[in-house]
Design a protein around this ligand. Structure first.
Ligand code: IDC
Length: 350
């Protein structure tokens, strides 16, 4: 319906609403007069498509916006958590607004090392579609790790992102993370070469998609990106930390880059050691998240699984996919779910 026709119809509906009458002359039900279900207010319906402006991620209203959420473990290893009931608990109980889908490229029968490509893509689609139904933001993470240089699997990355971005080109909630943690010989020049080829593949389908780019040394050297940023807009640079390993010195680096106006995103962090295990350091974690909240930088916590390691938020004994209680949660799970809730309470009163 366009132009005059649409205006005429809207005027008619408006008159009915203010007079409280239906087409048949009966009073309008509440379902007509008001939104039927207040739960339809979702992170996405409230904030819309995101973009990067003056060094910060902003929402549809142009206000600084923090993504907060959980990262899955490797999709191949823990596919069961990619489902509606899990994501709903993360949205409604943990008060998060985004999910990161970590698809390893080498480890664990990864996408480029013998993994079943069709099954993995189906899981990614299930994750994106589930997040979309719930009005959450979703990050598609090309999880390089052992394969330290993203150029090693560049051709596959270009194929993958070309295919997947064609599917989601019209959606404002899908974010592309093109290389989790470059390391080893992959310096910033290497990463830029890769990004300069992969980003246009996504942008060809979705010209304003937000894209996260990993930085050298397991996504710690954001300063290298600050010295020589990419020439694309709507790009965020990844900083990863593990609170028991990375402390003041990395926070100082973040401060420096944030003050220079570099758009940073913490697409992965843990409260424990960088090996994903060991002891949690909640004092350091609190300092980290406090700083990120101060700068309104978003973050995703590693990892949503029940593996026997400190970074997994669920106890190995827990088989539940949703509605977790304290007994289901590991120490890190209790802490981070509490943190998410507290932030939501402070910001939104719920
Ligand atoms: C770890 C997992 C662990 C798995 C290992 C594989 O927690 O179960 O055996 O990967 O190598 C990262 C990586 C992330 C790591 C995590 C903890 O992005 O894949 O997950 N970590 O080591 N960077 C820093 C820490």
């Amino acid at each position: 319906m366009r132009g005059r026709k649409k205006r005429g119809f809207m005027l008619f509906v408006y008159l009915m609403m203010i007079t409280g009458m239906s087409l048949a002359g009966f009073p309008l039900s509440r379902a007509w007069a008001e939104p039927a279900d207040t739960a339809v207010v979702t992170p996405l319906s409230e904030h819309g498509a995101l973009r990067v402006e003056q060094g910060a991620l902003v929402d549809g209203k142009g206000e600084k916006f923090q993504l907060r959420g959980m990262s899955t473990h490797g999709l191949t290893w823990f596919p069961e958590y990619v489902c509606e009931e899990t994501f709903r608990t993360l949205r409604d109980d943990w008060k998060t607004n985004c999910v990161r889908l970590a698809m390893y490229t080498e480890e664990y029968g990864g996408y480029c090392s013998g993994g079943n490509k069709d099954e993995l893509k189906a899981l990614v689609r299930k994750g994106v579609d589930t997040a979309t139904e719930l009005g959450m933001y979703v990050i598609i993470d090309w999880h390089i790790l052992n394969d330290g240089d993203p150029n090693i699997h560049k051709t596959e990355a270009m194929e993958f992102f070309g295919e997947i971005s064609a599917l989601y080109k019209d959606q404002g909630n899908v974010i592309y993370e093109i290389c989790n943690e470059p390391n080893g010989t992959a310096d910033w020049e290497c990463i830029k070469r890769y990004a300069n080829e992969v980003i246009p593949v996504i942008r060809q389908n979705d010209s304003d998609a937000v894209i996260i780019v990993g930085t050298p040394t397991w996504s710690q050297e954001i300063d290298k990106a600050a010295e020589a940023p990419l020439e694309f807009d709507n790009v965020l640079y990844a900083l990863h930390f593990y609170a028991a390993t990375h402390t003041d010195w990395l926070r100082e680096r973040l401060r420096g880059c944030a003050q220079k106006g570099l758009p940073v995103f913490v697409s992965e962090f843990g409260m424990c050691d960088a090996n994903g295990n060991g002891n949690n350091d909640f004092v350091q974690a609190e300092q980290w998240l406090g700083l990120l909240d101060e700068y309104k930088i978003g973050y995703c916590c590693w990892n949503l699984a029940n593996k026997a390691e400190a970074s997994s938020v669920l106890q190995p004994s827990s088989q539940k996919l949703s509605g977790w209680t304290e007994e289901d949660l590991s120490e890190s799970g209790k802490w981070i779910s509490g943190y998410f809730r507290q932030r939501s309470l402070e910001e939104n009163g719920v």
